[in-house]
Write a protein that binds this ligand. Structure first.
Ligand SMILES: NC(=O)c1ccc[n+]([C@@H]2O[C@H](COP(=O)([O-])OP(=O)(O)OC[C@H]3O[C@@H](n4cnc5c(N)ncnc54)[C@H](OP(=O)(O)O)[C@@H]3O)[C@@H](O)[C@H]2O)c1
Length: 266
């Protein structure tokens, strides 16, 4: 009997922003399924131990840690070069590194706006152009961009973040068409609120009493629930999915911004 192929074994993936949170869960999930993973963050002290843990586990895939600020194109060039030198190519790129701060639009300085657009959108452009070049010269691949439900709907207090995440969705759709002849699929995941250190820092939510992931409820998500969607999109099972945004937010909600979800409306 035929079974769907959710496998990524033997693939090489780059996962940006993998020292914690969703990126770390993605890296661990792909590695546990047999992919080699090149993982980056701004600090080797933070991302190195994640690679060590993956390499020390019985997981089938190997990990390479690279210090790389994804806003810096030269550092991204180095990330791509080190990945190809170590693993011989790139099959999967997960543009996960990202972040935000909460502020009303009129209070966001030009520097604050540029910082968030640089971190979320321009970094995705750098990584996608440079890793995409390797994929285009090779056998193609799968690119998965981490957007947000706040890129799909209005997000009061997060205009810079919301605009950058919405742009990622349109970029995804456009590239999926432009690169379809090169056997590169480009898709997006739009998570709802997921418990991570970044969310704890921005919104002050702790993870102490999180319900189990199997429970369908109005709850905060687990990083692994996003990682599983990423793995599906990267796998042969998603071969006919291109240019799409998969929303992963548990129960559909009336409100759509993190601050609304948390009753933090200002
Ligand atoms: N958590 C949520 O509720 C949620 C919802 C929707 C979408 N998302 C998106 O999911 C992604 C991950 O979110 P998260 O909550 O897991 O974030 P997080 O806990 O803040 O982790 C962010 C990761 O990105 C890395 N990073 C930050 N700036 C970087 C830079 N300039 N260059 C390279 N790495 C950088 C951080 O590592 P270092 O600090 O070590 O550099 C860290 O590993 C983001 O794109 C976020 O917008 C999250």
């Amino acid at each position: 009997m035929r079974q769907p192929d959710y496998g990524v074994e033997g693939s090489t993936a780059i996962v940006t922003g993998a020292s914690q949170g969703i990126g770390r869960a993605i890296a661990e999930t792909l590695a546990a399924s047999g992919a080699d993973v090149a993982i980056c963050s701004r600090s080797m002290d933070r991302v190195g131990p994640v690679a060590d843990e993956i390499n020390d586990a019985d997981d089938a895939g190997d990990a390479l840690a690279v210090e790389c600020d994804v806003r810096d194109r030269e550092r991204v060039e180095n990330l791509v070069e080190e990945t190809v030198d170590e693993f011989g190519g790139i099959d999967i790129l997960v543009n996960n590194a990202g972040g935000e701060f909460v502020a009303n639009f009129e209070d966001i300085s030009p520097n604050g706006w540029e910082t968030i657009v640089d971190l979320n959108l321009n970094s995705t452009v750098h990584c996608t152009q440079l890793a995409g070049e390797v994929m285009r010269e090779g056998d193609g691949g799968s690119i998965i961009n981490i957007s947000s439900v706040n890129g799909q709907h209005a997000a009061p207090g997060e205009s810079h973040y919301s605009a950058s995440k919405a742009a990622i969705i349109r970029l995804t759709e456009t590239l999926a068409v432009e690169w379809s002849d090169e056997d590169i699929r480009v898709n997006c995941v739009a998570p709802g609120l997921v418990q991570t250190p970044g969310v704890a820092e921005t919104l002050g939510i702790q993870s102490d009493d999180m319900p189990p992931r199997e429970k369908v409820d109005r709850r905060i998500g687990h990083g692994e629930e996003i990682a599983d969607v990423v793995q599906f999109l990267a796998s042969p099972a998603a071969s006919f999915i291109n240019g799409e945004t998969v929303t992963a937010k548990g129960v559909p909600r009336a409100g759509n911004s993190m601050s609304q979800d948390l009753g933090l409306e200002r």
